[in-house]
Design a protein around this ligand. Structure first.
Ligand code: TRP
Ligand code: ZN
Length: 298
């Protein structure tokens, strides 16, 4: 892979590989990784970037952020929902209340598949109040959105049921995802084959981190990156610091990807991945987390 000329977003493509082949296919365990690569459609980088440009414009038009309780958050929800509705998804906006203001989760179901075997991918859509939140977490939100749109374009009909989610108020303590999981009856929770989380996957000085959680999901991601010749490490910058924790806490198998936040890249990691011995994301939770704060290859 030519790291300098990205045509598809690595993490976004990995997401689709997993959703389309790794967890939802009918292939045996030993051939899942291979079929994941073969079955994964292209995730055009340009489409992901356009979603980030649109989220930036939403922030700019709404006081510079997309934070819980602010108009930029609801505008972000409406933007993602409109794309999914147009693509044929069944969408639901779930409301909750936190800090005296209304919060929103967006759930999108792809019609079909076994309702007793649900594979869900999600990302938090809220930013902190200090900035537009384009890496944290426009990146995960845009990747999950484009993966969902790729499913629709492919007319994909997996054996399992596919669901996508965008969470509110993650930055205030995983509030939206906790609300979603808490209102799920126990019988519904038991139908999840897995939940995949994407929070900060376009860091400007990226590392390639895989969550160390469900071993099958973890191995599928690692094999995918290995197939691209991209070394990975286990995510250690803050276990439980994103929405997968809400699912893990009720016994749902989880996994996910992360390209680093405020921690500093070591010289060994620079040797492995390139970049510099500075923070993976020097704009983490600050006003410079704009469309300039994205590494296209990641
Ligand atoms: N939104 C997360 C946070 O503010 C970002 C983050 C930090 C993260 N460390 C992580 C996400 C580790 C996933 C895994 O805490
Ligand atoms: Zn985040």
């Amino acid at each position: 892979m030519n790291l300098s000329v990205p045509r598809r977003a690595v993490a976004a493509a990995a997401l689709t590989a997993l959703a389309l082949g790794g967890l939802t296919g009918t292939a045996g365990a030993e051939s899942r990784a291979a079929s994941a690569l073969a079955a994964a459609p292209d995730i055009p980088l340009a489409n992901v970037k356009q979603h980030l440009t649109d989220l930036q414009a939403i922030a700019t038009a709404n006081g510079g952020n997309r934070a819980h309780g602010r108009p930029g958050y609801k505008a972000s929800i409406d933007f993602v929902k409109a794309k999914l509705d147009a693509a044929g998804y069944t969408t639901t906006i779930q409301q909750f209340s936190y800090n005296g203001t209304t919060g929103y989760n967006l759930i999108a179901d792809w019609p079909g598949g076994d309702p007793n075997q649900v594979v869900m991918a999600g990302a938090h859509l809220d930013s902190v109040s200090s900035g537009a939140g384009i890496n944290d977490n426009g990146s995960g939100s845009a990747a999950v959105l484009e993966a969902a749109l790729a499913v629709a374009r492919a007319g994909y009909q997996p054996s399992k049921h596919l669901r996508f989610g965008w969470w509110g108020a993650e930055e205030l303590g995983l509030v939206g995802s906790k609300y979603y999981v808490n209102q799920l009856p126990t019988t519904e929770r038991s139908k999840f084959a897995g939940y995949l989380n994407f929070d900060m996957i376009g860091s400007p000085n990226p590392g390639y981190f895989v969550y160390d959680d469900d071993p099958v999901i973890e191995k599928t991601f690692k094999d995918y990156f290995a197939g691209l010749g991209v070394p990975t490490e286990i995510e250690t910058e803050g276990d439980g610091r994103s929405d997968h924790a809400s699912f893990k806490n009720v016994g749902i198998p989880v996994g996910g990807l992360f390209t680093g936040a405020s921690r500093v890249k070591t010289s060994a990691q620079v040797t492995k991945w390139g970049g510099t011995t500075t923070a993976f994301d020097r704009c983490y939770h600050s006003s410079c987390d704009t469309t300039s704060n994205i590494n296209d290859t990641a």
